[in-house]
Design a binder for this molecule. Structure first.
Ligand code: GAP
Length: 458
């Protein structure tokens, strides 16, 4: 299918995808069998970056707040959960087929609108050409397609064993609301956070990690008194924005807010704002803040028969808490962080690609590079590796010229390279090279570990 690239982004989707593969960040899932649309595998540097992003989110949302607690629940739950949440009936996207080439599309993507209204979409696609074969007037009428991925639990494959892979991590937070509240003796307001996989049978997975069928989400549900919902909604919008700009380091000039119109909101949301990011394929949703009102707790109370209301001992009154949700996809944050950090510079007439990630997010923090493979240098370099490694990811590399090794580390965003040369044996010192400035300084081996720890913490 033809891809539209974003002219204001530094990279095209294809460039980002091939860079991510070439440098060991992301591979196509089951690539040797031709891949599987909407599924990706994270390679050696990808898994480090994704773990660092998740850890940064967890620290910001959970550790920084005395009243937010973690959860890690099962991907497969009782299917009644997804019936009560409204996903079985309402988690749909509008779908059309091209009658000429038989390709399937999301009607709103072809129409270029955010609307989910089938009648509006039918009118909007009338004069649109098929993105695959260019045929005009060849689309079927838009119809709703449910995105829940199903499976069977147990030996029989019948309706009684049918269940779902969760489409969002939020669902099992609501069903655990009372368990968590009781165990932490939580008082409203308090929050529950979860990071985990979710699955959506997307009609057209595309744009690298942006729209996948297996995705990972970082979601925090904040349970509040309904009277405070406006204030809390604004507070979590600001908090999420700050995480993205100050912790991840995304540039505000690449970000904007998009408020959902009436036809656009998910079935559970009474208000929704997305953070848009200037991705290689366009200005699109990175994260979402939703006011879910009492929708989820009320639906689960009704369907399960369990009272999920809250007794406020300051007023002696009972109410069903409202929920403000902050949600973002790890894969989308991953490509935003890569796009933001990817920099091409001219150095002495040559191109230098450098990934200017914050050191806390960098997949490799330090590279240990002996100038030659000679035994005495290797021995010293390996002892330095052993001394420095353990706390964070350190790489050892003795192949190729030192210039090429520096460039390779620059491309994966390693903030510090340590070069061991023949003088190191005599003066027990090494050269420390900084990624962004390429500045070099000589450091005593005995002081290296503490010096790196200090630099990486700042
Ligand atoms: N619990 C609320 C919820 O799931 P959503 O807007 O459907 O809301 C939240 O999804 C976030 O999950 C999005 O902002 C996006 O970052 C990510 N996301 C959603 N669908 C995705 C997909 N198919 N592939 C990758 N990320 C996705």
């Amino acid at each position: 299918m033809k891809q539209k690239d974003n002219k204001t982004s530094k990279l095209s989707v294809d460039e980002l995808t091939s860079y991510a593969k070439r440098r060991g960040f992301v591979f196509q899932a089951s690539e040797i069998y031709g891949g599987l649309s909407g599924f990706w595998d994270y390679g050696p540097y990808g898994v480090e970056l994704i773990n660092n992003l998740k850890q940064a989110w967890w620290k910001t949302f959970v550790y920084n707040n005395f009243n937010i607690f973690g959860l890690d629940s099962a991907i497969i739950q009782n299917p009644k959960l997804w019936e009560a949440s409204g996903h079985v009936a309402g988690f749909v996207d509008p779908m059309i087929d091209c009658k000429k080439c038989q390709h399937r599309f999301r009607a709103d993507h072809v129409a270029g609108t955010e609307s989910a209204n089938l009648k509006e979409l039918e009118t909007a696609i009338l004069d649109k050409a098929c993105p695959q074969c260019d045929a005009k007037g060849a689309f079927t009428k838009p119809r709703q397609f449910n995105m829940m991925l199903t499976t069977h639990v147990g030996p029989a494959e019948d309706d009684a064993t049918l269940t779902y892979l969760r489409p969002e991590t939020a669902g099992s937070i609501y069903t655990n609301y009372e368990n968590v509240r009781e165990t932490v003796r939580g008082k409203i307001p308090f929050g529950i956070a979860q990071i985990g996989k979710a699955f959506r049978n997307e009609i057209t997975p595309r744009d690298f990690l942006f729209r996948t069928r297996e995705l990972e989400q970082m979601e925090m549900q904040y349970f509040i008194n309904p009277n405070t919902s406006k204030k809390e909604y604004e507070q979590w919008r600001e908090y999420t924005w700050k995480f993205l700009t100050e912790v991840v380091g995304l540039n505000k000039s690449n970000m904007s807010w998009h408020q959902h119109g009436e036809g656009e909101k998910a079935h559970y949301a009474s208000a929704a704002h997305d953070v848009y990011y200037n991705f290689p394929h366009g200005n699109k949703e990175l994260a979402g803040i939703h006011d879910r009102s009492s929708y989820d707790l009320k639906s689960h109370s009704k369907a399960s028969g369990k009272d999920l209301s809250y007794f406020d001992d300051s007023t002696n009154k009972r109410y069903v808490p409202h929920v403000i949700e902050s949600s973002m996809g790890v894969g989308r944050l991953f490509i935003a962080a890569l796009t933001e950090a990817y920099t091409v510079e001219q150095v002495n007439g040559e191109e230098r690609i450098v990934l200017k990630l914050k050191p806390q997010l960098a997949p490799v923090k330090v590279a240990i590079l002996p100038l030659s493979k000679k035994l005495e240098l290797s021995k010293l370099a390996k002892s330095i590796f052993t001394d420095v490694a353990g706390e964070y990811n350190v790489e050892y590399d003795e192949t190729q010229s030192i210039g090429k090794r520096y460039r390779r580390q620059d491309e994966i965003g390693t903030p510090y390279c340590v070069t061991i040369d023949f003088d190191s044996i005599q003066d027990q010192a090494v050269t420390l090279r900084e990624r962004d400035t390429m500045g070099q300084e000589r450091i005593k081996i005995s002081e290296l570990k503490a010096c790196l720890a200090k630099k990486l913490a700042s």
